[in-house]
Design a protein around this ligand. Structure first.
Ligand code: NAD
Length: 329
């Protein structure tokens, strides 16, 4: 099978590419990535000499480029997106271009070329839930410009599936963590700052709840969906691991033998969702997906990965010196 992966130099895409190539000898992958801020070629350095992997620099909203690349593949997995909520609050425009225009470009081409597409979406489309859990058909209520663009992409896909019978399956996942995550996100930022004995900013009172999933478990779910997911449907992927930000940070500090004095409460960000929660019974029952990692083991593996990759850790430390400390989750 020839896969076209977009955004594969980023966190989840690079983990997916490595896992897919390692587990399935029949797969070849072309990765289209625009080399934006979340990307890092070092994530896929080990594939440098692989004849089953090919990198193409490009933007998913470039119709000509995408027509050519999609023509050579069987299936597209669309990870490419602007994904940082704080950045979307500062300037939403790039989010409209990548997340809506880019997704639309792929959607229109796969429909005309009769190809299959997997759209990687997010629990953030459902917005903050004080109680209960979102099902696949729950109402969208995005709070940030980022979440709104991901929801808009889903609505376009839905319309194409109904109108043209496009072969698209949507996955919506909760907060991922693991190796190769860009430093702007809560867990890598905490690891890098703690490593350097620097203050760790926590928005508000730190009580915002996320359902953290180890990236490998998300990649397993995507693999099942691309092989057996039902066209025109969506699958929620959650970890049953709801935990507040302050507890996550304290766990990391404990695992790294660092003092809780590093914690620094800062002013909350506007529109900060209190809690995300999704029910993933559909993918468990229909596609036999199951979680393999528990949170403590996953966190240990993640901390170890950053400590075993001092070059990346140093790049991130330097970047943190020159950028505002804003946190994300
Ligand atoms: N990180 C999470 O916790 C999480 C949770 C649920 C869903 N998602 C979704 O998973 C996907 C990947 O997230 P991530 O955390 O790996 O992000 P990331 O920021 O680490 O990687 C995104 C990659 O996409 C590339 N990219 C962005 N816009 C592009 C464009 N227009 N054309 C080509 N390449 C482009 C970037 O260069 C980068 O390499 C996103 O669609 C995101 O919405 C992420």
């Amino acid at each position: 099978m020839k896969l076209l992966v977009t955004g594969g130099l980023g966190f989840i895409g690079s983990n997916f590419i490595l896992k897919s190539l390692a587990h399935d000898n029949d797969i070849t992958i072309t990765n289209v990535d625009a080399e934006l801020y979340g990307s890092d070629h070092r994530n896929l350095l080990q594939l440098k000499n692989s004849d089953r992997y090919n990198f193409v620099k490009g933007n998913i909203s470039n119709k000509k480029l995408m027509e050519k690349q999609i023509d050579k593949c069987d299936l597209v997995v669309n990870f490419a997106a602007e994904s940082h909520v704080d950045r979307s609050i500062n300037d939403a425009n790039p989010f409209l271009v990548s997340n809506i225009r880019g997704t639309f470009t792929i959607l229109d081409i796969i429909t005309k070329q009769n190809k299959r597409m997997i759209q990687i979406s997010t629990d953030e489309v459902f917005g903050s839930l004080l109680t209960g859990t979102a099902q696949e058909n729950s109402k969208f209520n995005p709070s940030s410009p980022y979440a709104a663009t991901k929801a808009a992409a889903e609505l376009l896909i839905n319309s194409y599936c109904i109108t043209y019978g496009s072969d698209v399956v949507i996955t919506r996942c909760t907060n991922n963590y693991g190796p190769r995550q860009f430093l702007e996100k809560l867990i890598p930022k905490t690891i890098v700052l703690a490593h350097n004995n620097k203050k760790i900013p926590v928005y508000g009172n730190g009580k915002n709840i996320r359902d953290w999933i180890f990236v490998d478990d998300h990649c397993d779910a995507i693999d099942l969906v691309l092989k057996n997911g039902k066209s025109g449907e969506s699958y929620n992927i959650s970890a049953d691991n709801e935990i507040d930000n302050l507890t996550v940070i304290k766990k990391i500090l404990d695992m790294m033998n660092k003092s809780e004095d590093l914690i620094d409460f800062v002013e909350d960000r506007p529109g900060h969702d209190l809690r995300y929660s999704m029910d993933s019974n559909k993918i468990i029952k229909n596609l036999n997906w199951n979680l393999k990692s528990n949170f403590e083991e996953g966190l240990q593996k993640t901390i170890q990965w950053y400590e075993n990759n001092p070059e990346i850790l140093n790049t991130m430390s330097n970047a943190l010196e020159s950028t505002p400390w804003k946190n994300s989750n």
